[in-house]
Design a protein around this ligand. Structure first.
Ligand code: RIB
Length: 304
């Protein structure tokens, strides 16, 4: 089997994860049950996911030198993810995220202070043109600076490299690049923000995104699975039921695994099945990047 080559341009955040018996209402104070610093950030989670799923991953990111980045580097060392393209900048703080996780529903709420993620420059991306050019897929989210995203897309297009965009968190940068994106992977909320006015009907939103110039739309629909609409037709890949403990990073797990499978040459249906199984396993464990399963575990789980 061909080894997938993926470049992820994206964020690193240290997640301050707070477990709570229920998510607090406005003005309510809740006693939590646990607090932990976890490696997170959508870009980093997706890079770790693709690496654990079996890809050769180049991760382009920026962190500060304030010590907050330590848990991330500990994880990269443990899983063997190369860190050569994680830029360190002592003038800025590492991205951080405050995450509340509901102990009962496993759902979360997230606030991100992006710090260094918003300081990645177009020049720094351009210096890594060859790495992007030599990849099968460039995988992006919207948690880094606009200029870094625009430059990366420009380079990928110039070299015929496929672009997969996970438009999370939603920002209007999506409208600048959607016509150059090969596959867009919003969740239901993001689909509604990109293509509003459909009363939450993500099938219609997907049609709108195709109308905006993106040929393949995958909407991730939590425990219901994922929905595809595009040049390969229209279908749903249901998710296998699991006992979720923490859904943080489930979308990231899905995107990293999806790109790995596609870059290996799998069909859209098979790649979505693999990504769905990979993401399902990730929610059975706490944390984001540290919850990513291995490829072997995923393949075993798919046989069950
Ligand atoms: O997708 C989950 C991630 O979103 C968290 O790890 C947090 O850092 C935010 O970027």
């Amino acid at each position: 089997m061909k080894k997938a080559k993926i470049t992820v341009l994206g964020s690193y955040n240290t997640d301050l994860t707070l477990n709570v018996p229920h998510l607090p209402a406005d003005g309510e104070t809740v006693f939590g049950t646990q607090m932990k610093y976890n490696p997170g950030g959508k870009g980093s989670n997706q890079a770790v996911a693709a690496h654990r799923a079996g890809a050769d991953v180049t991760f382009i990111a920026k962190v500060g030198c304030d010590g907050m980045e330590k848990v991330g580097f500990e994880l990269y060392e443990k899983v063997g993810l190369p860190t050569d393209n994680i830029i360190r900048d002592e003038t800025v703080s590492t991205g951080v995220a405050a995450i509340e996780v509901d102990n009962v529903t496993a759902q979360n709420r997230i606030i991100v202070i992006p710090g260094a993620n918003m300081r990645i420059t177009a020049d720094e991306v351009r210096e890594r043109e060859e790495l992007i050019a030599n990849s099968d897929i460039l995988l992006l989210q919207l948690e880094t600076s606009r200029e870094s995203i625009l430059e990366a897309v420009k380079i990928a297009k110039a070299h015929g490299v496929k672009v997969v965009l996970n438009p999370a968190p939603f920002s209007d940068v999506v409208f600048d690049i959607i016509k150059d994106v090969d596959i867009i992977t919003p969740n239901e909320t993001e689909a509604d923000l990109i293509a509003p006015g459909h009363d939450g009907n993500f099938q219609w939103a997907a049609s709108d995104m195709i109308g905006m110039g993106c040929n393949n739309v995958i909407v991730t629909v939590g425990k219901q699975g994922s929905y595809y609409k595009g040049v390969k037709g229209e279908f749903v890949i249901p998710a296998k039921p699991v006992k979720a403990v923490d859904t943080t990073g489930a979308g990231d797990a899905y995107n990293g695994a999806l790109c790995t499978a596609l870059a290996e040459g799998k069909s859209m249906v098979d790649a979505m099945k693999f990504a769905s199984a990979f993401a399902s396993l990730s929610v059975t464990r706490p944390g984001a990047a540290s919850s990513m399963p291995s490829r072997e575990e995923t393949e075993e789980f798919m046989k069950e």
